[in-house]
Design a protein around this ligand. Structure first.
Ligand SMILES: [Zn+2]
Length: 79
């Protein structure tokens, strides 16, 4: 069993989870005073509860609060 803790920071983990495609998120946003865990500008924001896995090999379920902009940018490549 390899347990390679790569110590990624939260935005990197979010990007990996979204790019893996192994994630889902709630239909509705809710307000979170901590804001989005990806863009993290320190302001409250409307965020989705997003949960998923980094890869098929990774059994650990991650949960994040991520705003719609970040989800869209990660899903569709942004620009
Ligand atoms: Zn965001």
């Amino acid at each position: 069993m390899s347990n390679s803790q790569e110590r990624l920071n939260t935005p990197e983990l979010i990007e990996q989870v979204i790019s893996s495609g192994l994630f889902s998120f709630d239909d509705e946003t809710h307000f979170n005073w901590q804001g989005c865990e990806h863009c993290a500008d320190g302001l409250g924001a409307e965020v989705y509860d997003l949960h998923g896995y980094r890869s098929l090999e990774d059994r650990e379920l991650y949960e994040f609060q991520v705003c719609g902009d970040c989800i869209n940018n990660q899903c569709y490549g942004g620009n």
